[in-house]
Design a protein around this ligand. Structure first.
Ligand code: BG6
Length: 276
């Protein structure tokens, strides 16, 4: 475990295939790169590394509510600002490392959301990055769950990227609240904030420099977001021009893809990111 001067703790993983950095605060992976390749994940040059603040970049865990799906919770829930416990970090072989982090209910969480739960995040760092987020309902009542891996991808320039795999899918345009239908691949020339529904296959991010495949399980929605110029200048921990450097493609259970978990039941959201 490594520590910054302010006590902020993170794990540094190195194997023959890749390197990664994972903060205990938020179980937040904020660096992942394959050996001698560029970062897959974008990280803001003014991100704050302090407990209780979400890191701007990497993969924030939005849980147990995505966006303002539960208006009584903070935006994107409280997991991203909570301290997880490290259960283990283990080298499976020379190019694969597995990490398990856990969050359980506490006085703080019960004040915000009065349920007993266990949340387990397994991260597998190899020549692909795999995330598995298991929610177990330990309460006597059912609860509703929306969530996301809010992945910030590092790109060459937002004007040069293209996202495919969502053609003909209906989406909620969060900018005007209307349901629309995707026509072809996604390209960017304005602010973009959309929750895709009925997602059932691979999503591919094509950049000038490389292509990344995103495969999901336990999910039928995905969020695509770029704040563009004006919103970017208002965002916390984000430089003015940062919108050019990233796009978020978020593997989710959002909007009408919510899950209701009965007592003792669990749900696992999985995502695999593969640079092609
Ligand atoms: C996205 C939302 O998932 O997250 C956007 O669709 C939001 O509307 C963005 O602006 C960033 O949210 P936050 O809370 O990390 O600033």
């Amino acid at each position: 475990m490594k520590k910054l001067f302010n006590g902020f703790e993170y794990l540094e993983i190195k194997n023959s295939a890749a390197t990664a950095k994972i903060a205990l605060s938020g179980a937040h992976i904020f660096e992942y790169k394959r050996s001698s390749e560029e970062d897959i994940l974008w990280l803001s040059d003014i991100a704050a590394f302090k407990e209780g603040t979400a890191i701007r970049g990497g993969i924030p865990i939005c849980w147990p509510s995505f966006g303002m799906n539960n208006p009584r919770l903070p935006q994107h829930g409280f997991a991203r600002t909570s301290l997880f416990s490290l259960l283990y970090s283990e080298d499976i072989d020379e190019h694969t490392t597995e990490v398990l982090l856990r969050l359980t209910d506490s006085q703080r969480s019960r004040k915000l959301w009065n349920y007993k739960f266990e949340l387990n995040l397994k991260i597998t760092v190899s020549d692909t990055l795999k995330m598995e987020l298991e929610t177990i309902n330990k309460d006597r009542q059912a609860f509703t769950l929306t969530q996301a891996f809010h992945t910030y991808f590092n790109i060459s320039n937002i004007k040069d990227v293209m996202i495919s795999g969502l053609d003909k899918k209906p989406f909620l345009d969060a900018l005007d609240g209307k349901i629309k239908r995707q026509n072809g691949a996604i390209k960017f020339s304005l602010e973009y904030d959309a929750v895709y529904q009925k997602v059932d296959g691979e999503i591919v991010l094509e950049d000038k420099r490389r292509t990344i495949s995103i495969k999901a399980e336990g999910s039928s929605s995905a969020v695509v977001w770029n704040p563009w110029i004006e919103k970017c200048s208002r965002m916390s921990y984000m430089s003015k021009e940062a919108y050019k450097e990233f796009v978020c493609i978020e593997t989710s259970n959002a909007f009408d893809d919510f899950r209701v978990l009965q007592p003792n039941h669990s749900h696992t959201l999985k995502a695999t990111f593969t640079p092609l």
